[in-house]
Design a protein around this ligand. Structure first.
Ligand code: AN0
Ligand code: CP
Length: 317
């Protein structure tokens, strides 16, 4: 495996989940695999879970792991080609990437959507430059359009907690004060579309996601209707994808907050969220603290999803 961006990069998803569950039983079983190999995690944006779980995954595999916060301590990077660099940016990404690559064997990149130019974001310009100019395997740690390590951890969690062969999984939009990327809901849809689940997406009108990720998923604009009989409720805010509102907030409708009343419509569903979460915007205190909340085991599975992916990359080196 040379790259992770979409579910299809993992091949047979069921196999990938089974492999992850095996790794979870003994996460140090492949300690020799990464010996004298170096993992570099490059962050253009903040992170708690991805930072810790990906480093931990690399260490479980016996790797040396290095983390670079591009915006803290490194030189300010220009990312557009052709720019006369007479501003505050001291270095170009086109030099920085091969230099970073010369010190490592595998690279993880976090580079959120910037919402300045939809094409720049949806072409995964930054991630693709890493792929093109590093010559090393590259995986997304949430890039402009996708967060596959999160969605893979979510799928592992659903597999662990499901009580029926084909559970109903509802991804619901919920309100948030800031404009957030579509990467998490995009990848969750991408993975659920390939999994053995009955998948429904619900959001207010105007929040339609990219066709590339939604594909044939059912979209239901009535949240109450969508939640009926759900076995898993996956909450997430995202900003508008469709033109002319790309990257904008269209609604802060608090009637979409996942509350005890909303959960009462479900089949005693588990509650999921990728974290970080704003309480009493996305989800009420009562729901996130309830026994049905999976947010902590879900976050813990980030170590396992990352380890499975990096293990596969190491096996292909
Ligand atoms: C980010 C997002 O919504 O994409 C990261 C989530 C993993 N969230 C925030 O910026 C709050
Ligand atoms: N879920 C997730 O990716 O969290 P961080 O942004 O803290 O890494």
């Amino acid at each position: 495996m040379r790259k992770l961006l979409m579910a299809q990069d993992l091949g047979d998803l069921n196999k990938a989940v089974q492999e992850a569950l095996e790794i979870k039983k003994n996460r140090y079983a492949y300690k020799k695999l990464g010996e004298n190999k170096t993992l570099l995690c490059v962050f253009f944006n903040n992170s708690l879970r991805t930072r810790l779980s990906t480093q931990k995954a690399g260490m479980n595999l016996g790797m040396n792991t290095m983390v670079l916060d591009v915006n803290q301590g490194a030189w300010k990077l220009e990312t557009e080609r052709g720019v006369v660099m007479d501003g505050d940016k001291s270095e170009h990404l086109l030099e920085a990437i091969p230099v970073m690559a010369s010190f490592c064997d595998v690279i993880g990149v976090r580079s959120f959507a910037r919402f300045e130019n939809k094409e720049f974001d949806y072409q995964e310009t930054i991630l693709n430059q890493f792929i093109k100019y590093s010559g090393k395997p590259v995986f997304s740690m949430e890039s402009a359009t996708a967060h596959p390590l999160q969605a893979f951890a979510d799928l592992i969690t659903i597999e662990e907690y499901k009580k029926k062969e084909r559970p109903k999984v509802v991804m619901t939009w919920a309100p948030h004060p800031r404009a957030l990327p579509q990467a998490v809901p995009n990848s969750f849809a991408d993975f659920m579309n390939e999994a053995n689940v009955d998948f429904v997406i619900t959001h207010p009108k105007g929040y339609e996601l990219s066709e590339k990720f939604v594909r044939n998923a059912k979209v239901e604009y009535d949240q109450d209707k969508a939640l009926e009989g759900a076995d898993f409720v996956y909450a997430k805010n995202w900003s508008a994808y469709q033109d002319p509102n790309y990257g904008q907030i269209l609604s802060k409708d608090m009637s979409w907050t996942v509350s005890t009343e909303k959960m009462a419509l479900t089949n005693n569903a588990y509650f999921m969220h990728c974290l970080p979460v704003r309480r009493n915007m996305i989800v009420t205190d009562d729901v996130i603290e309830s026994p049905q909340s999976l947010v902590i085991p879900e976050a813990a599975n980030r170590e396992i999803s990352a380890e499975t992916v990096i293990k596969r990359i190491l096996e292909s080196l």
